[in-house]
Design a protein around this ligand. Structure first.
Ligand code: CO
Length: 285
């Protein structure tokens, strides 16, 4: 396996979205505007309800996919198509907005803490106007693989790795999405598709990433995105207090992007059409 070197480490920046939810934005923020096909990654992490309780009331999406990953606390959601759900700790929702949905996402704390992520993944031009699709995956459906002789654990949310298959399926960009925990000094090698874009987002502790055996390690700590260069694997070692991170890989689209707010299309005309459709109530027709 040729370990991917670290190409870039980008810190998340504090931001606010929805009705005033405080979050940390890595992808889609000033330090990492785009990582085709990944468009955005926000971390919500707070024990103060004022930071998030206003939530994300009714808002539209068109032309891409939103992925919600819960670590602690819950996310209640409801949409224009009639879907209702309540995402609990350890769950994931992969929502393909396609031609359009209007939904609300309302965070709720549990044991005093809300901790989760929202990631946006682009759709290819040919799928941007597909019917919306939801995959709500409860925590118990996410396979967990023990690694590093018990000193680590890989939860497979999407894609296949280490003989485990994630429950999210049928996604256009063929993604791999993992929640990886390593104790101090524990090491793991994870194969990834050579043609895919790959990044890690550290949300606890610190780790060493890159070509560990050849002195090519780069540190990545909490609230940092680690972007990888070329290779067919990702090597990581847990730092002094261990590390926990999301690892995401997917096929880049290489298509033009016209993006504003909740709409991600290929051309300015398609973007304007999305706004016209939303204003006239036809987004979800
Ligand atoms: Co949304």
């Amino acid at each position: 396996m040729k370990p991917r070197p670290v190409a870039e480490v980008a810190a998340a920046v504090p931001a606010s979205d929805g009705a005033g939810v405080r979050l940390y934005r890595s992808l889609g923020g000033p330090n990492l505007p785009l990582l085709d096909p990944f468009l955005l990654l926000d971390e919500m992490h707070s024990d103060d309800a004022d930071d998030y309780i206003a939530g994300f009331p009714d808002h539209p999406h068109r032309g891409f996919e939103t992925v919600t990953i819960m670590i602690q606390g819950r996310m209640r959601h409801e949409d224009s198509v009639g879907n209702v759900g309540d995402l609990g700790p350890g769950s994931v929702q992969w929502m393909t907005a396609g031609k359009g949905i209007v939904h609300s996402e309302m965070p709720q704390q549990e044991a005093g803490l809300l901790w989760g992520f929202q990631m946006w993944v682009n759709l290819p031009a040919a799928k941007k106007m597909m019917p919306p699709r939801y995959q709500d995956i409860a925590a118990h459906r996410v396979p967990e693989v023990t690694v590093a002789e018990g000193a680590g654990c890989v939860r497979v949310l999407a894609g296949s790795v280490l003989d485990a298959h994630g429950p999210v399926e049928g996604i256009a960009t063929d993604p791999l999405l993992l929640d990886v925990r390593l104790d101090a000094g524990a090491q793991v090698e994870l194969p990834v598709e050579p043609s895919h874009q790959v990044f890690a987002y550290v949300f606890e502790g610190e780790g060493e990433f890159g070509d560990l055996s050849n002195g090519g390690a780069t540190s990545g700590g909490a609230r940092q995105a680690v972007v990888f260069g070329e290779g067919d694997g990702v090597c990581v070692r847990g730092g002094d207090s261990g590390v926990r991170f999301l690892l995401a890989a997917a096929r880049p689209l290489g298509e033009p992007i016209a993006r504003y707010g909740p709409f991600v299309m290929n051309t300015r005309e398609e973007l304007l059409q999305a706004f016209r459709d939303y204003e006239s109530g036809r987004l979800t027709d």
